[in-house]
Design a protein around this ligand. Structure first.
Ligand code: 5RP
Length: 232
């Protein structure tokens, strides 16, 4: 009689890809670190090789706290001119490495650190892979006084499109940058580059959670068959 192993849980897949990302860390170089539950697994793995790197540039207060708690030095983004690699999760990733990010409200700093990096390595479980971006509500960081105006502009894009301020404990969530998040539902983002460019220039938009200009170069995807490496 043969017994088959239980399928890996989503948490175990996150651990696998977090550990797999270590091979993209360049010894002697500062590494860019994203935000989220998958990145937390990467940070835990990074602690095991912390003596090989000067430290990290972090994309959120939460990741900074975790990095420091594990004894990894955190550099300010203004202290570095370039990073070899940025490692982060995603809420969705399409077949070309374009992503939706910001489920953890850290999209602005994530995009800033990603823009410093020569290579974006995305770590994700297979539930994040999509043919077209838009199923996950699109996070958009906005200046609070522009929120209603920006919501109307999104809602004018289609009858099914809605945009709502993300709430936390009964009040608008406040990002690490002191701003608010709109979550936009009902979009189908078939042309991510053009969409990102357009929305980014609306007055009051701080950052749109489409990462097409800063897309992934590699995705380490956690699947039932193990870690798949996708290159774009
Ligand atoms: C945070 C992000 C995260 O990368 C994204 O939400 C994925 O998170 P998780 O690894 O917890 O699924 O963009 O702003």
């Amino acid at each position: 009689m043969t017994t088959s192993a239980a399928p890996l849980s989503q948490d175990e897949l996150k651990t696998l890809v977090g550990q797999a990302a270590l091979k993209y860390v360049v010894a002697g170089e500062i590494v860019g670190v994203g935000t989220g539950s998958t990145v937390n697994k990467f940070i835990d793995a990074l602690a095991t090789i912390k003596d090989q790197i000067p430290g990290a540039v972090s994309s959120s207060v939460a990741s900074t706290e975790r990095l420091k708690a594990l004894g990894i030095k955190v550099f300010d983004a203004n202290e570095v001119t370039s990073l070899a690699v940025y490692i982060d999760g995603a809420d969705e990733i399409d077949g070309k490495g374009h992503m939706v990010k910001g489920g953890g409200a850290a999209l602005t700093r994530e995009k800033i650190v990603a823009a410093l990096a020569q290579r974006f390595v995305c770590i994700a479980d297979e539930s994040k892979r999509v043919p077209v971006l838009g199923n996950f509500p699109l996070p958009v960081e906005v200046i609070p006084m522009a929120a209603a105006q920006i919501a109307r502009r999104f809602e004018a894009m289609g009858a099914d499109v809605t945009a709502q301020i993300r709430m936390k404990d009964g009040a608008p969530l406040v990002t690490d940058n002191g701003q608010h998040i709109l979550d936009v539902r009902g979009l189908k983002i078939a042309e991510p580059l053009a969409f990102e460019s357009e929305v980014n220039q609306w007055p009051g938009v701080v950052t749109v959670g489409v990462f097409a200009h800063q897309k992934a170069a590699v995705c380490l995807l956690g699947t039932a068959q193990g870690v798949q490496t996708l290159e774009y």
